[in-house]
Write a protein of this length. Structure first.
Length: 389
């Protein structure tokens, strides 16, 4: 039946204004997707936007559909020793690295960090702005992250939601766990409309590549790509994609963002309801394009081997399937509302258990104002991740 775990779109304290965000509807909670056989159309290779069930891959040549080569398990290894670093990430990362220090990383929404001030900012490694919703309008991210900015030295981690947001706005769709939209929801019509509007979606991705290239000065940025991409295959779609189509389309989006940002870093979304830890899903993507995998939207379990207690996927399982380190988040409530501070992610024993499962960071979306002090007090107790991108 499909289900979206996004629960609405958070805009952070700094609202991303691109695209048109669908509003209205009443949150009803996510529905666990059950997979199923895809019935989507054939994958087009030309540069013309697909119509109906034919998915265009845009004009950028991608390698989507290629079996991922990053399937060698690197997780499960006990992390080796604690880190003695005591402050935030304020220096330039070594060549080929995203973060300046090899340690477990902490992040939050930009507005939350700025409201808390230096006591929190000094302990952070990254920040999350409002989600990328349409044509480039996130110059403020560069202002915050560049030298002299309020969050200088921290890595921006930007969630891209252009495809979903565009078709929601154009066709009056809700997220899958929200009801009351006249056009239905993304789990039924998302694949059909994304296919129909592919050329526009791809051009908006290219706009963001050009925009960030002009203002970021070559500094690191991580893009967490399109939450719940799995729903366009297994969500009860009218014109469902095949897994191979989903992989090809994702490659085209990554390549559009890389077109002017060759050093950008990418993360593939985790949908915890995917069966068998995603072993039959991620093989349809060119995982060589991705440095990380990430959770998004709903809360995650710091004190459980499962990412969410009501889903079978485990932290270690998806890490081993993909071979990628995990960027975790605490999630938020329906329609982007606050879910509050998740204290389970403040317990060193919980974090160390997740580090052993391949998790290398946590983003508290709604941290307490004293979270900077909490981070400072537990850093010396945390193990060093086995992988340090």
């Amino acid at each position: 039946m499909g289900g979206s775990g996004t629960g609405g779109v958070p805009t952070g304290g700094t609202t991303s204004r691109g695209g048109t965000t669908a509003t209205g509807g009443t949150a009803t909670g996510g529905t666990t997707a059950m997979g199923g056989t895809a019935t989507g159309g054939t994958t087009a290779t030309g540069g013309t936007a697909g119509r109906g069930g034919t998915t265009a891959t845009g004009g950028t040549a991608g390698r989507g559909g290629t079996t991922a080569s990053g399937g060698v398990a690197a997780g499960g290894t006990t992390a080796k020793g604690g880190t003695t670093a005591t402050g935030g990430s304020t220096s330039t990362p070594p060549a080929g690295k995203v973060f300046s220090q090899c340690r477990f990383h902490f992040g939050t929404i930009d507005s939350q960090a700025k409201n808390a001030g230096a006591s929190m900012i000094s302990q952070l490694d990254y920040f999350t702005p409002g989600w990328m919703m349409g044509t480039f309008n996130q110059g403020y991210v560069c202002t915050e992250a560049n030298p002299g900015g309020a969050l200088a030295g921290l890595v921006p981690v930007d969630v891209t939601y252009i495809a979903a947001n565009y078709v929601k706005g154009q066709n009056k769709l809700c997220d899958c766990n929200v009801s009351g939209c006249s056009g239905g929801n993304l789990c039924n019509y998302g694949a059909q409309y994304i296919t129909q509007d592919w050329a526009t979606i791809l051009s908006q991705y290219t706009s963001n590549s050009t925009g960030f290239a002009a203002c970021l000065g070559g500094r690191p940025i991580i893009f967490e790509m399109e939450p719940d991409w799995y729903q366009y295959y297994a969500g009860g779609q009218t014109q469902a994609w095949t897994p191979a189509q989903a992989g090809t389309n994702m490659t085209a989006l990554v390549n559009a963002l890389k077109s002017s940002l060759p050093n950008a870093v990418f993360s593939m979304d985790i949908s915890p309801w995917i069966p068998n830890n995603g072993s039959a899903w991620y093989t349809n993507f060119n995982m060589g394009l991705f440095t990380f995998i990430n959770t998004s939207g709903g809360g995650t379990a710091a004190n459980n081997t499962k990412i969410r207690s009501n889903n079978a996927m485990t932290w270690a399982g998806v890490h081993q399937v993909t071979g990628k380190p995990i960027l975790a988040d605490t999630g938020y409530g329906a329609n982007g509302g606050s879910a509050g501070h998740d204290t389970a992610w403040d317990v060193a024993a919980n974090i160390n258990a997740r580090i052993a499962d391949g998790v290398i960071s946590i983003a508290q979306y709604n941290p307490n104002s004293s979270w900077g002090s909490t981070i400072s007090s537990i850093r010396s107790q945390l193990n060093t991740p086995s992988v340090c991108p």
